[in-house]
Design a protein around this ligand. Structure first.
Ligand SMILES: *Cc1c(COP(=O)(O)O)cnc(C)c1O
Length: 460
């Protein structure tokens, strides 16, 4: 029986009339661009940025389709074609009606509830879908809140698997140079030890085992000498190594390099022989970017543990997932600590999970292979002229990824300006000007992106 309402006890009192002095749900007064820039500079960290910031970020007001709309014209452009898919994630472009609808529908039900002791359809549907579309032995899904966290979870799974198996000394990781696996501690320890942004921590990070970077070239014949060295290294450290972790086929933020899928088969065989687990970090390569739904598909091998993220939610919200085989899950369950001790506050977030399922369905419901191939062909023809530019050492394309490599560090400000002048958003790094456009990018816009990459390579 509900008590009769007694205002003295507190309770659902009449809502106060809205008083602007107190603040409330009014639209905040918009900042002028100059004000926004000053506050941003004073208070807000940006990726790999100093504080206060040195470079002036462009202010984005909205985004739709493949276009970012700026708050004010820059280099004469108010709209930029996005050549970055917001770091591999926005594969369907921005403001997509299907993803918006999924978000709105879920928002009206609940945007979040805790995942401890509770479950819900969005998470179950997404996990089931991921099991269906990833290699068959992967059966169990940990929904993490970012790519880096999904790699932490993958590492924890592997170390705990061996601990449960009575081999706790197997707790190092082996990888090849040139990789990138995220910015939290364990992922940092397997990023490229020289080229990466993490070398300054070399004394403080766990010391992992590094093989040479895989030889360049998706179509190159595997190098037998490299294969032999790789096998020997794994064999030499098998007693202390829990897992080999690599990005399959494309090393992304570590240098945008492509290698032969044959090396993944070598890793699979060596790991099976030597009692080492194999982790594929498909956070950048997943969901079609390289021309296969997952890059492991180029090699026809399946890892024991796999991470996906970035394009998982179509770029709408942060979510990633770690998948593992029943062997790994059951191995952990047999241990003295039979649980996986990991449980982020926002684990399984229903809003992100609903959008992710909608994004995966949207992808698989279209001829994504055709779209990725079409963009790849456009990049190949549009970037060909870059080979003749002074300072360009390599031009390469795989799936819907185009890369121009220079013989010098890019002047980021000059290169960005050159791309913006062409009406395109690019974010070069190190000696690389690269693009991975949304799959919905039309042919004219792909060519525009190519012109911008060439301009950035020329002027950067
Ligand atoms: C981006 C990336 C990560 C890290 O993901 P975050 O969501 O940025 O934490 C890990 N591995 C690879 C291969 C990536 O490209």
């Amino acid at each position: 029986m509900p008590e009769p309402y007694d205002p003295e006890l507190g309770g659902p009192a009449e809502p106060k009339p809205y008083a602007p002095e107190i603040g409330g749900p009014s639209e905040p007064k918009p900042y002028a661009p100059d004000e926004l820039r000053a506050l941003d500079r004073a208070h807000v960290w940006h990726p790999y940025g100093p504080m206060p910031g040195r470079q002036e970020p462009l202010i984005v007001e909205s985004a739709s389709g493949v276009r970012l709309r700026l708050a004010e014209p820059v280099e004469g452009q108010r709209e930029l074609v996005d050549g970055m898919s917001s770091w591999w994630s926005a594969v369907h472009g921005y403001n997509h009606p299907v993803l918006n609808e999924a978000a709105r529908g879920q928002l009206d039900r609940m945007s979040h509830v805790m995942f401890g002791g509770l479950t819900h359809e969005p998470a179950v549907r997404l996990a089931t879908r991921l099991v269906e579309i990833t290699p068959e032995p992967l059966q169990h899904v940990f929904l993490a809140d970012s790519g880096s966290v999904s790699v932490e979870v993958a590492v924890k799974m592997c170390l705990q698997y061996w601990r449960s198996a009575g081999r706790p000394e197997k707790r190092r990781l082996l990888t090849w140079r040139g990789g990138y696996h995220g910015d939290t501690w364990q992922p940092m320890s397997v990023c490229d030890p020289d080229g990466g942004m993490h070398e300054l921590w070399s004394g403080a990070l766990p010391r992992q085992v590094f093989a040479d970077a895989p030889p360049d070239g998706f179509d190159a014949e595997p190098d037998p000498a490299y294969v032999a060295r790789l096998r020997e290294l794994i064999a030499a450290h098998a007693d202390e190594v829990a897992a080999v972790i690599v990005e399959p086929v494309v090393q992304g933020a570590g240098g945008m390099r492509f290698h032969s899928p044959a090396y993944l088969r070598v890793l699979r065989e060596a790991c099976d022989e030597l009692d080492v687990l194999l982790v594929f970090d498909e956070i950048a390569t997943g969901f079609g970017r390289t021309g296969k739904l997952f890059a492991a598909g180029h090699a026809g091998v399946s890892p024991d543990v796999m991470c996906v993220g970035k394009a998982l939610t179509g770029g709408y919200l942060t979510m990633a997932a770690t998948l593992c085989t029943s062997r790994v899950a059951e191995g952990i369950s047999r241990g003295e600590v039979p649980v996986l001790a990991h449980g982020p506050t926002f684990m399984g977030n229903p809003l992100a999970a609903s959008i992710a399922s909608a994004s995966v369905d949207l992808l698989l419901g279209q001829d994504w292979e055709g779209e990725v191939a079409r963009i790849g062909a456009g990049l190949r023809s549009g970037l060909a002229p870059a080979s003749d530019l002074p300072g360009v050492v390599d031009v390469r394309v795989l799936g819907a990824i185009g890369v121009v490599q220079l013989d010098h560090e890019v002047d980021m400000a000059a290169a960005t300006r050159a791309a913006v002048r062409e009406g395109v958003w690019l974010r070069p790094f190190r000696d690389l000007v690269y693009t991975m456009p949304p799959y919905v990018t039309g042919d004219d816009d792909v060519q525009r992106i190519c012109r911008a990459v060439c301009a950035a390579a020329r002027e950067g």
